[in-house]
Design a protein around this ligand. Structure first.
Ligand code: ADP
Ligand code: MG
Length: 281
């Protein structure tokens, strides 16, 4: 940055209340008044309506809402796999106009190639993106270490537990160091204990990588355990009912976090919001 020649140059007029950290640069993800309508042979479905959300760089946002309210649709919009019928989606200030390669995507099913080892499943990402081999292998090794897969890199998917398979999928999604990680019910198929473990690991990985995360989950406690903010959606057509600030420090610890009043207040409030929504069905 160069120094201003005129020492009397004024700072822009910004009041303290207006200068939230995310105002310093473009949002990592900007969703602006988005609607999605699906036209099928027999009917039109409005999946999303008037959805606006800014996610700051490095923020962790969870999305909860009843089945069919458009959560997966919202992630697909961010990834550029779907075009909105109205409104716009931006990544780092740039409008999304087609499939984006600078994101990571993790689904409920790990979707690994059965004939490839864990390591070679992770490296698939590098092959698809033509990343330099040395860099990709180094990064894969770091991620294998970070996710506790060390010693299992040569195992095939059928030799891995569900949790381990999801760890491989997470490594694959993070290999190219995407600024934005999209996760669609990634732990939905895991048993409760493994899920807890994955939650703790995801919290650590998020802090270590500084990546922005958008996580769709059915679990209110998972959402509040992991996220800075939780977006609660209404039944179809999906709109945002409320955005809850969880108000917990970034570093979380299962038993300690769950005992905190902020955690209790956030989960209770979200449960009430979702209960009220389903009572209207
Ligand atoms: P959620 O992930 O919240 O369960 P989805 O985003 O998958 O919900 O779907 C929202 C709504 O849009 C549902 O009613 C679903 O049937 C409909 N929908 C999703 N994708 C399509 C599609 N490709 N064609 C037609 N309807 C779709
Ligand atoms: Mg879904």
């Amino acid at each position: 940055m160069t120094m201003a020649k005129d020492a009397t140059v004024r700072e822009p007029d910004v009041t303290i209340e207006d200068s939230r950290p995310e105002d310093r640069g473009p949002a990592a993800v900007g969703i602006e008044d988005v609607a999605v309508r699906f036209r099928t042979k027999n009917r039109d479905v409005t999946a999303l309506s008037e959805v606006s959300l800014d996610v700051a760089m490095g923020e962790f946002v969870a999305i909860v809402g009843p089945s069919g309210c458009g959560k997966s649709t919202l992630l697909k919009l961010v990834a550029g796999l779907l075009k909105p019928s109205a409104g716009a989606v931006r990544l780092g200030g740039e409008q999304v106009r087609g499939p984006r390669h600078d994101i990571g995507y993790v689904f409920q099913r790990a979707a690994l190639l059965e004939w490839r080892s864990a390591r070679r499943n992770i490296l698939l990402q590098a092959e698809m993106r033509r990343m330099p081999g040395d860099l990709a292998r180094r990064r894969a090794d770091e991620l294998i270490e970070m996710t506790g897969l060390g010693g299992f890199e040569d195992a095939y998917p059928h030799e891995l537990s569900g949790g381990m398979q999801q760890r491989v999928a997470l490594c694959r999604a993070l290999l190219h160091e995407p600024p934005v990680l999209l996760m669609d019910e990634p732990f939905g198929a895991l048993d409760a204990l493994t899920r807890e473990q994955m939650n703790m690991e995801l919290n650590r990985i998020w802090r270590e990588t500084g990546t922005t995360v958008l996580l769709v989950t059915h679990s209110i406690s998972e959402a509040c355990y992991l996220a800075d903010r939780v977006v609660v959606m209404s039944p179809r057509p999906g709109t945002i009912t409320e955005i809850i600030e969880v108000g917990l420090p970034a570093e979380r610890n299962y038993t300690e976090t769950m005992g905190r009043p902020e955690f209790h207040d956030a989960t209770t409030h979200i449960r009430e919001l979702l209960g009220a929504a389903s009572a209207q069905d």
